[in-house]
Design a protein around this ligand. Structure first.
Ligand code: ADP
Ligand code: ZN
Ligand code: ZN
Length: 817
């Protein structure tokens, strides 16, 4: 009998690939283990075993695997079931899912490594200088990587040298698969054994009497080891003895101290003892009871709790109960808020049992969390993570919490899998027979609709904790203010007055502007030209701080121009405004206030965001100007006033969800005001104060917003009433993508008639030199989604068999956001 395995390769292949294995390997291998396999002419990939069987492939001869990489599976059967669901539902390959799911360190890379050829002696005199350097280096080291060779020769392009050496048979090239993950080693010190006797030690201290700092270090080492009886870190020693690490190093060099390494987890919690969770007030108690009741006959429940109602404390109670049953918890949060306040709060309650997992973590840190979850270790009973944490190897989940469930960042936009983490979480929980709690002050229409339909349980919490009043929201008509000359820059007299008062009372202010940069568009007053991105169909944004024009789609940048690029006129003007310009204006209007800005530009790096939050908490900032980053579940004690600089650019965004999102953004950002006794104030500046959404925001009327928006969704056949799949075609040649998309839409219409919309050019029709065309399919709830997808795949297959269209990229986006 012959044995085969189907494996998932981390590349977008439509089908799994089959390799042959021996009987012994078949005995040993299990689904979820990794194997190194040859692929194509010379590549080596890491594949994941999906199925073990005896059926030889019919179309090709199965190759043998190179090597088995794991002793036990690193991916469990529940995960494979989830991967399968994602690939079917979101119309992508299992390879796409594998890439997204595994930390990249698990996907071993093939990298070129050269070794000295053992075949024959080389006449060194025949080697050129650079060749000799490499050859010589290989006498000291058994192998070299390409970048080592670059370093030795101090140049980038070393392939020609390597090629010559191979031709001279001086070296050989091999492809080596290696483990990328390296555990972190911590440096410890101890006294050298030579000084273990008392006399030797006394001798040493005498000798060091003329080097008092070094003597201090030795004494400190002694006292730390005596009290803690634990290994002493180098960093700890230099801190405790208040000397620079150089002095410790001098002692190591002298042979007085000895250093050694111990492998540790990178992600460590060093906090105080756990704190008891809070007693819930009566509203919270009722809500908690209702959630638990609804879980008796619902797998998913939506908790609609106004901002600052104390939802988190309810989650904490639920988590405690799940822990008592020995099960794991996944706590999903939108990307950005992760690193700060909530982490601290949960760590206060659950200490070391909390693991954190998100995109700013290094691959090594991710591997550690992965392994802790895989082993159901006490360190990862609860994982607090962004969307990709749905891919962790949970064994026994009891509960998934999706906090701020309305956030669009739960949906992955690019690359595939284009999954929605909230919806994927519901599936994951079902596989585990666990419950899912969705929480938000501004639920998505999708979830609220599901709750109204009885598909999800529903619980409301409409009182703020401590009965703090909801903020007082005032709309400011800036059209009228302009007319009556009551505007200074982008600030109405109302806003200036309120800011002045807040500052006088030593309260903090948040100003919200939905755009970063200085003023998005620079326009020539003579000819009307504005500088465009050469790769995308958008105007460049002016960033004053770096004196640059930047593209927010592809990152292209150039220095700010002095004269118009089209006509040469120096008369340039700016249109629209961003966070940077607001910051400038605030500084001029309130020269004594401490002003900071929070947007993509100021929060790069792992702790960029945290620094600003901490500064605000510690009241080192009086006025914070920011983009929607400000809206994400932050809790500040002293923010009295929130100003929304311009509501109109959100409302006018060309997207069917623009109104829903504007409502969510404005309510969330308003929720940052007045979280303590004093009532918060919100000012919304707008040209259109009678807009229904603004009225609904100012009266905090979620229900009206929901009903009105749902009306539109019914009328125009949008989600959540209809499902939708968006198909995007991309190509650098406009005519080709146009013809291709017309063909595609026409073929789809044969199946779906006028449920197919487009092709249409999106508002920004060219990005990174690729022209885009969109086709939209609206699918009634009663139409089978599976059948619909089958038809799309059929069309797509015929499409790719047309020679002219083969180079056109097709992107399928299910439930596009
Ligand atoms: P939400 O998540 O609904 O916006 P939070 O859970 O952040 O609300 O609660 C708002 C504030 O009220 C927080 O500072 C929190 O510590 C406090 N809080 C909530 N519930 C309690 C409670 N039962 N006892 C004491 N403080 C509470
Ligand atoms: Zn001009
Ligand atoms: Zn661009």
């Amino acid at each position: 009998m012959r044995y085969f395995i189907d494996i998932i390769l981390p590349i977008p292949l439509q089908k799994l690939f089959t390799y042959c294995i021996t009987a012994a390997e078949a005995e040993f291998l299990k689904p979820g283990m990794r194997v190194a396999v040859p692929f194509g002419k010379s590549k080596i990939y890491t594949g994941l075993v999906f199925r073990i069987h005896n059926e030889a492939p019919t179309v090709y001869e199965a190759k043998e695997i190179h090597q088995i990489l794991d002793e036990t599976p690193i991916v469990n059967s529940i995960q494979l079931e989830l991967w399968h669901w994602i690939s079917k539902y979101y119309m992508c390959t299992l390879g796409d899912v594998m890439r997204a799911a595994l930390p990249s360190a698990f996907i071993l890379e093939s990298e070129t490594v050269v070794t000295r050829s053992s075949l024959k002696e080389v006449d060194e005199s025949l080697l050129k200088d650079d060749e000799f350097l490499i050859y010589e280096a290989l006498h000291h080291q058994s192998s070299l990587k390409i970048h080592d060779i670059s370093n030795i020769l101090d140049k980038k392009n070393v392939l020609p040298v390597i090629k010559r050496l191979i031709e001279k048979e001086a070296i050989a090239v091999e492809e080596e698969v290696y483990e990328k993950y390296k555990p972190k080693l911590v440096r410890y010190v101890k006294l050298h054994v030579n000084y273990s006797s008392e006399e030797a030690l006394q001798d040493l201290l005498d000798k060091l009497s003329r080097a008092p700092k070094q003597r201090d270090v030795v004494m400190t080492l002694f006292s730390i080891s005596a009290t803690t009886r634990k290994p002493v870190k180098v960093s700890e020693l230099s801190n405790e003895s208040k000397v620079s690490p150089q002095i410790v190093k001098a002692l190591i060099d002298k042979g007085v101290l000895e250093e050694y390494y111990i492998q540790t987890d990178r992600v460590q919690y060093s906090g105080d003892e756990n704190e008891a969770s809070k007693n819930l007030n009566e509203h919270q108690q009722t809500a908690l009871k209702e959630v638990k009741d609804s879980f008796k006959n619902q797998n998913v429940t939506l908790l609609h709790g106004v901002t600052s109602s104390g939802k988190t404390e309810i989650y904490v109670k639920l988590i405690e109960e799940v822990f008592e049953k020995g099960k794991q918890v996944l706590y999903l949060l939108p990307e950005i808020a992760l690193t700060t306040q909530l982490v601290n709060r949960l760590q206060n309650y659950f200490g070391e049992q909390v693991s954190i997992f998100h995109s700013k973590y290094s691959t090594n840190e991710r591997v550690e969390v992965w392994n802790n979850v895989l082993n159901n270790s006490a360190k990862a009973r609860i994982v607090l993570g962004a969307r990709s944490s749905v891919f962790l190897p949970f064994k026994d989940l009891g509960l998934i919490i999706v906090d701020e469930e309305h956030e669009q960042s739960f949906k992955q936009f690019d690359p595939a899998p284009r999954y929605h983490a909230r919806d994927t979480a519901v599936i994951l929980a079902n596989i585990h027979k666990a419950k899912t709690l969705l929480g938000s002050a501004t639920p998505s229409l999708e979830s609220y609709f599901n709750a109204k339909q009885g598909k999800y349980g529903f619980v409301e919490l409409l009182h703020r904790f401590n009965n703090v009043l909801m903020p007082d929201i005032e709309l400011v008509d800036i059209k009228d203010k302009h007319k009556r000359k009551r505007m200074t820059g982008h600030f109405s007299d109302r806003l200036i007055k309120e800011i002045t008062e807040a500052l006088d009372e030593k309260q903090q202010v948040i100003l919200f502007q939905n755009r970063r940069g200085f003023s998005p568009i620079v326009e020539c007053n003579t000819c009307g030209h504005s500088p465009q991105c050469p790769n995308c169909d958008v105007s460049l944004t002016y960033h004053q701080y770096r004196s640059q024009l930047r593209c927010h789609y592809c990152g292209y940048n150039m220095s700010m121009v002095q004269d118009c690029m089209a006509c040469g006129s120096p008369d340039l003007d700016s249109k629209g405004f961003g966070t940077e310009q607001i910051e400038e204006e605030v500084k001029i209007l309130f020269p004594d206030a401490k002003v900071a800005r929070m947007d993509l530009d100021t929060t790069r790096g792992k702790y960029g965001y945290e620094k600003i939050i901490t500064a605000l908490e510690q009241q080192k900032i009086d006025i914070l100007v920011g983009t929607q980053m400000l809206t994400k579940g932050l809790d500040f004690r002293n923010v009295k006033l929130v100003g929304i600089m311009n509501a109109d650019n959100m409302l006018n965004f060309p997207d069917f969800r623009a109104h829903e999102r504007s409502f969510q953004l404005m309510v969330q950002v308003s929720g940052r005001a007045g979280r303590t006794e004093e009532r918060g104030k919100v000012l919304i500046q707008t040209y259109n104060p009678y807009h229904n959404i603004l009225q609904q925001v100012s009266t905090n009327n979620f229900i009206d917003m929901f009903n009105e928006q749902m009306n539109d969704r019914y009328n125009f056949k949008y989600p959540p009433v209809y499902k939708q799949i968006k198909i995007t075609l991309k190509h650098k040649d406009y005519n080709r993508v146009e013809n291709a998309s017309i063909w595609f839409a026409k073929s789809l219409r044969q199946f779906f008639g006028n449920s197919v919309l487009g092709p249409e050019s999106p508002p920004i029709s060219r990005i990174r030199n690729q022209f885009h065309k969109n086709i939209l399919i609206k699918i009634p709830k009663k139409q089978s989604l599976a059948k619909t997808k089958e038809a799309i795949i059929k069309v797509n297959n015929s499409f790719s068999s047309i020679k002219d269209f083969r180079s056109v990229k097709v992107i399928l986006n299910v439930d596009n956001f």
